[in-house]
Design a protein around this ligand. Structure first.
Ligand SMILES: [Zn+2]
Length: 129
């Protein structure tokens, strides 16, 4: 079953809300260098599943989490509207400031947010487990 195919299910950021869950102090780290990259308090949670799954034009699947800020992620590249998963938002790459690995993408329109690839970040709770 295909989910989040480009153009099929458009994620609406108007519906996004800032998470106020029980783990608001949780932090997210780069899986490669363990630098702190984002905070749970900045998570944007959609109605529906907490993780969104998308495919790029090459068919590669990505599960991403959305954050309204990603202090540990550096924006790289010229923002592009091409194949954007969030219509109206241009994307560029979001690389870890610690090790340079791609964490996900920055999306920008009037404001901006980051979509981080689930498998490239880990949370403190998982870390301690
Ligand atoms: Zn890193």
């Amino acid at each position: 079953m295909e989910q989040g195919f480009v153009g099929e299910r458009q994620a609406s950021l108007d519906a996004a809300q800032v998470s106020a869950g029980p783990y608001a102090d949780l932090k997210w780290y780069c899986v490669r260098c363990l630098r702190e990259v984002a905070r749970e308090a900045d998570r944007l949670v959609h109605q529906g599943p907490p993780e969104l799954e998308f495919r790029n034009p090459e068919g590669q699947r990505f599960r991403i989490l959305l954050f309204r800020d990603c202090p540990g992620g550096r924006a790289v590249g010229t923002p592009s509207d091409l194949h954007s998963w969030f219509p109206g938002y241009a994307w560029c790459y979001c690389l870890c400031r610690g090790c340079g690995m791609q964490l996900g993408w920055w999306y920008e329109a009037t404001g901006r947010f980051a979509g981080l690839i689930r498998g490239r970040i880990l949370s403190a709770l998982q870390w301690y487990n």
